[in-house]
Design a binder for this molecule. Structure first.
Ligand SMILES: NC(=O)c1ccc[n+]([C@@H]2O[C@H](COP(=O)([O-])OP(=O)(O)OC[C@H]3O[C@@H](n4cnc5c(N)ncnc54)[C@H](OP(=O)(O)O)[C@@H]3O)[C@@H](O)[C@H]2O)c1
Length: 333
């Protein structure tokens, strides 16, 4: 476990990276994204921060607060429903028009639901799209700006917050779960595909590091999509489980560590202190992290099987196929 003291030592040294770091928080209007953006604003010198989400009122509250925390910083909001990949492309263009380099892409958009498959006009399940496809579309679109940051020898990292400790098996002939949708299959696919995608991205972009992090149990707005009865039940559950939860502020501090520590170095710039990556190789550039900053020890048996069979390539080709049909051809998957 990385101690909170070590987390704070890392975060309080971030000003040494120099002024003008750029971070994009996709899902920065609430919960873990908001909390991490706050720590980023607190600990960096003259940062430029983009929060992406739908909630204008929350975004105004947060950007005003961040501006007070760091008067030299610049804080922007991009309002967008990211369950549509074509909206992701528009949001990325807006950022790219302003920034040549991006140091941190932090991906935490999503929500919990008990509903079944909710198909978007692009032919994907809404929740699955937010937890996987939209996140990977952001990462792919912003690779040139992340690479530019890497080439100028500063931080260049993508962090996706979900759960690397995926349970269940992939339905390999229906990766988007058109006909095999269930909430548990959706969770398995989103988590496993995040795992495999960060490995594919790290292999082809060795100057950038990619992290898939589990936050633990954190009291946030994530249950707001539930009906009132379930929400009350969840609130009671959080009270009972309080000793096992991660306080929201600490979660922000820990995710800022995951987003900036040299331990999670890119493949092309190995650090002496580099952690063991998802392939078992030290400093591999792709890291699956537990809530406390520890890389998942050893590779879970199922993931090892997927790695040995090259399923990551299949997942990435499928992802490209979705992007081609939806974003390039303007159709539906
Ligand atoms: N909290 C936990 O205990 C926990 C545990 C394990 C995994 N996770 C996962 O971690 C991620 C972050 O969770 P959180 O707890 O920080 O949740 P949260 O407080 O609800 O934050 C979710 C963020 O996603 C954004 N979002 C949701 N739907 C969107 C849409 N259609 N378009 C654009 N943005 C959208 C929200 O922004 P707007 O409302 O402005 O749209 C918000 O900023 C989620 O994927 C969650 O499943 C959380």
């Amino acid at each position: 476990m990385v101690s909170l003291q070590a987390v704070r030592a890392n975060n309080s040294a971030l000003k040494e990276l120099g002024p003008g770091l750029v971070a994009v928080f996709v899902g920065g209007t609430s919960g873990i994204g908001e909390s991490t953006a706050r720590e980023f604003a607190r600990n960096t010198d003259s940062p430029r921060v983009y929060l992406v989400g739908r909630n204008q009122a929350e975004a105004t509250r947060i950007t005003q607060e961040l501006q007070k925390l760091n008067p030299e910083g610049k804080f922007h909001f991009i309002k967008s429903d990211l369950s549509l990949l074509r909206n992701v492309d528009v949001a990325c263009k807006e950022i790219q028009a302003k920034e040549e380099k991006i140091n941190l892409l932090f991906l935490s958009c999503g929500y919990l639901t008990m509903k079944g498959r909710e198909e978007t006009p692009e032919g994907l399940d809404r929740k699955f799209s937010l937890n996987y496809y939209a996140r990977m579309r952001f990462a792919q679109n912003l690779l040139p700006q992340l690479s530019a940051a890497s080439q100028s020898n500063t931080l260049s990292r993508v962090v996706s917050v979900l759960d690397p400790n995926a349970r269940g098996s992939l339905v390999l002939d229906d990766l988007s779960l058109k006909t095999h949708f269930s909430l548990s299959n959706c969770a398995t696919h989103a988590c496993t595909m995040n795992n495999l995608a960060v490995e594919e991205l790290a292999a082809t972009n060795p100057g950038i590091s990619f992290v898939h992090a589990f936050p633990g149990l954190v009291k946030t707005g994530v249950t707001r999509g539930y009906g009132p009865i379930l929400q009350t039940g969840m609130a009671a559950l959080f009270v009972l489980l309080k000793p096992f939860t991660v306080p929201l502020g600490e979660s922000g501090e820990r995710h800022l560590y995951a987003a900036t520590s040299k331990t999670f170095s890119p493949k092309s710039k190995p650090e002496e202190s580099a952690a063991v990556g998802s392939t078992g190789e030290k400093g591999s550039g792709a890291y699956w992290l537990n809530w406390n900053g520890d890389p998942y020890g050893g590779v879970p048996a199922k993931m090892k099987g997927y790695q040995e069979k090259g399923i990551g390539k299949q997942v990435w080709e499928h992802t490209q196929d979705v992007f081609q049909k939806v974003c390039q051809e303007g159709g539906k998957y």
